[in-house]
Design a protein around this ligand. Structure first.
Ligand code: UT7
Length: 329
């Protein structure tokens, strides 16, 4: 059994509330000028306090499924890539199944690969479809990092935004293959350069962990920056090699959107002209796992890519994890 994989639809959702750099100027010792020149970010979207990952994941999934008029009950597998699950269990994927009104009994589970989560999920999705375990698979990436941000820490609070994206993949015998390659990597030796120290089994919540803000993101920005550029370039090159193409054949590169300087450096080192490098970090900041799929859905919606386009997604995140995929729309 070696099925081909078809991308039937994509979708996304970002919450309506906009938090601008000028808003942040009133919250921490920062400036629009610093944030813009160091990161390229001008604004980001933030969920209301009563909204969780499953809410925005369900919105993105609805947007994706509605475009092709497919009902949740036709889906046999739901994967949610998130590092901000609603709770430890049940999985956010199960909660999304309920929120979408599912009455069928699909496989449903979450995966954790930080900002690389969508590409990790796509690799799993590809495997499940190719070997006949899944016919219609809904892959969602959703993160609400605003809930795990220390709003007093200017080093991190200016960087992240909330968002969700979805992709519907299906098995096909007769169509051209959509996934030309995927490539994943990780190095756990960098675990404490970008992480949330408390809240898991190592350091469950106590008054002390809350007082020390240990349930929020800690990042050593400069170190992360260097490895991010190196590993995204390596992964992007590797995925092209596996797909049997050169970077010159890519119609659009959609890199993880953590920092405009990283995005530009990755494009330059790959020899891809900047007009073929997707950027939305100015409007949304770093949406973690959701970033690359939101970018892809926007690029499709605004006609920047179309049927037949070759698109490469590349991401890097906490773990460290990284990954890249070459797809043909
Ligand atoms: O999604 C996972 C991947 N994440 C990333 O890839 C993030 C990678 N890192 C970065 O994007 C950058 O390292 C940052 C944007 C986080 C920081 O930029 P930087 O150019 O590396 O700045 P820095 O950390 O070296 O800080 C330079 C200065 C420091 O002041 P001193 O020590 O030189 O006096 C910081 O305290 O800028 C200061 N600073 C700020 N100033 C105003 C740090 N954050 C801010 C801020 N506003 N928000």
């Amino acid at each position: 059994m070696n099925k081909k994989v078809k991308i039937l639809s994509t979708g996304h959702y970002v919450p309506p509330k906009v938090l601008t750099n000028f808003d942040l100027e009133k919250m921490v010792d920062t400036s629009d000028e610093w944030i813009t020149t160091r990161t390229g970010i001008k604004e980001r979207r933030i969920v209301e306090p009563n909204i969780s990952s499953s809410d925005i994941a369900a919105e993105a999934a609805r947007n994706c499924l509605n475009k092709v008029n497919i009902d949740i009950n036709e889906i046999d597998t739901i994967i949610v890539a998130t590092i901000t699950p609603d709770m430890f269990f049940p999985s956010t994927a199960c909660i999304v199944h309920k929120k979408l009104g599912g009455k069928n009994e699909p496989a449903a589970f979450d995966i954790s690969a930080a900002c690389s989560g969508f590409i990790y999920g796509l690799t799993l999705a590809e495997g499940l479809i190719r070997n006949g375990k899944s016919k219609n698979l809904l892959l969602i990436a959703a993160d609400v990092l605003s809930k795990f941000t220390n709003w007093k820490d200017r080093n991190t609070c200016v960087l992240f935004g909330d968002g969700a994206g979805a992709m519907l993949l299906s098995a096909t015998d007769d169509e051209e293959d959509a996934i030309l390659s995927t490539y994943l990597g990780a190095d756990g030796n960098y675990d404490e350069l970008l992480y949330i120290p408390a809240g898991g089994s190592k350091m469950p919540a106590t008054i002390e962990t809350v007082e020390k803000s240990l349930h929020t993101i800690f990042m050593s920005g400069k170190e992360v920056f260097k490895v991010a550029v190196t590993k995204m370039v390596e992964a992007a090159n590797k995925a092209c090699e596996l797909a049997g193409i050169t970077t010159g054949q890519i119609d659009l590169l959609i890199p993880h959107q953590a920092n405009l300087r990283i995005i530009t450096a990755v494009g330059d080192r790959l020899g891809i002209p900047q007009d073929k490098v997707f950027v939305n970090v100015d409007k949304y900041g770093n949406m973690s796992a959701a970033t690359v799929i939101v970018g892809l859905d926007q690029a499709i919606s605004n006609g920047r890519v179309k049927k037949g386009s070759i698109v490469e997604l590349v991401a890097f995140g906490g773990g460290f994890t990284w990954g890249a995929t070459v797809i043909k729309l």
